[in-house]
Design a protein around this ligand. Structure first.
Ligand code: SAM
Length: 398
């Protein structure tokens, strides 16, 4: 069951006109100006006034400036297999249990590793149990790689996000913000000389890392999608997963709902390398030119890679692909609707937005931005179900 949904016929909604926004801005500016004149002697807001406030501010600054070291500590324990080792010890492991389980770490490094674990306990990745044992938390449970286990694992996603590829591109952000020429389209392109999806085929190590990360994310999301959102697929006989990667999501849908014939549209560099599969058909093509017809088009984690103009084009082609299948034809989007969330989820969404700024020409959109895209692509209504944590499921009607 969906906890709650927003169902909106597009034509019923009134979008604020520029004139309305401008007059609002103008009157707010007048208020601010007025209060500035009234309060000339007030000290600048937020300036630390005592030594203790200054020192507190310094501690906060250290935390922000060194935040990437949490990512590096996280990547280290994933690569060493520590969450899996703790899981195999029954969910709690002492340092000596880990020493037995992980002979790859030399004796000289255990002291250093215990210092990293202290940071990760403080960050909530692990928890300290009885007699100083390290225990899994819900976060590190997501990093357990165990073939015996039925639970989805997100360690490959975290390895990609903390990889030198992402880190190298993010180092170009300040330079990119000052630059306006075509070669500096994204910080990623400045760092590696190619756009993101071009580079996945050019650098095999990066391509493999990216595909494994997307596949891990899809296993995670598909588990929730098929168990919680069955009604979304009711009555459908065919679905095409556009930009569907290695077909993990399409395969999960085909398995859970055998009445839906699933295919995947992917770039030739991806589709042509996929092994024959009896449940899902791979179609090599370019979504910027063509979307194959089906009852439903799925766009999971795709539109946030593209700017508004490209998104409207993809959505128009998706609308054409499903329109003839009315009344059941629809487009299903899985992506962030920024802001429909707790503070922590919103922070995760803003970090993903910054990641999109660095890697692609896309962004994480709030509902107003989605609304404008849907209107420009000619759709008649949509329904947002915020049921996938940081992301929502959006059903879009032609
Ligand atoms: C961020 S990934 C998402 C993959 C998959 N939907 C998922 O959620 O795991 C975006 C996908 O779009 C594919 N893609 C990029 N440009 C494309 C295009 N022009 N036509 C078809 N697929 C494209 C990429 O190869 C990649 O697999």
């Amino acid at each position: 069951m969906m906890p709650w949904v927003l169902q909106i016929p597009l034509l019923d909604l009134i979008i604020a006109t520029p004139a309305h926004s401008q007059s609002h801005t103008a009157s707010r500016a007048a208020q601010i100006k007025h209060s500035t004149v009234q309060n000339r002697s007030v000290a600048p807001i937020m300036a630390p006034t005592s030594s203790s406030e200054l020192l507190q501010a310094q501690a906060e600054l250290w935390c922000h400036a060194f935040a990437y070291l949490k990512s590096m500590a996280l990547q280290s324990v994933i690569r060493l297999g520590i969450p899996t080792a703790i899981h195999r010890c029954g969910g709690a492991a002492s340092l000596s249990d880990l020493q037995v389980a992980l002979p790859v770490v030399p004796a000289s490094k255990w002291q250093s590793l215990s210092r990293l674990m202290k940071l990760l306990v403080l960050s909530g990745i692990f928890r300290e149990g009885e007699a100083g044992a390290y225990c899994l938390t819900p976060v590190s449970r997501l990093l357990v790689e165990d073939d015996q286990d039925q639970m989805a694992c997100l360690s490959q996603f975290a390895v990609l996000a903390t990889s030198p590829f992402h880190f190298g591109a993010s180092q170009r952000l300040p330079e990119w913000l000052k630059n306006d020429d075509a070669s500096s389209e994204t910080p990623f392109k400045m760092a590696y000389g190619a756009g993101f999806f071009g580079y996945t085929s050019r650098d095999l190590e990066f391509g493999k890392l990216f595909n494994e990360a997307m596949s891990a994310d899809s296993r995670f999301a598909a588990e929730i999608l098929v168990s919680e959102c069955g009604e979304v697929f009711a009555g459908l006989t065919s679905l095409v997963d556009v930009g569907g990667g290695d077909g993990t999501t399409a395969k999960a849908i085909a398995k859970a709902f055998p009445h839906v014939r699933c295919s995947v549209l992917e770039l030739p560099q991806v589709a042509d390398t996929m092994p024959e599969d009896s449940t899902v058909e791979f179609v090599a093509g370019d979504m910027m030119e063509f979307v194959p017809p089906a009852d439903a088009v799925l766009l999971k984690f795709v539109l946030h890679n593209w700017n508004d103009e490209d998104c409207v084009g993809i959505l128009k082609r998706s609308k054409e692909a499903v329109s003839t299948r009315e009344p059941k034809g629809k487009v299903i989007i899985i992506d962030t609707v920024a802001g429909l969330a707790s503070k922590q989820t919103f922070e995760a969404q803003l970090l993903m937005d910054t990641c999109m700024m660095i890697l692609t020409k896309g962004e994480e959109r709030d509902e107003e931005k989605w609304h404008r895209l849907f209107l420009n692509a000619g759709f008649s209504g949509y329904k947002i179900s915020p049921i996938l944590g940081c992301r929502s499921l959006i059903e879009l009607y032609p």
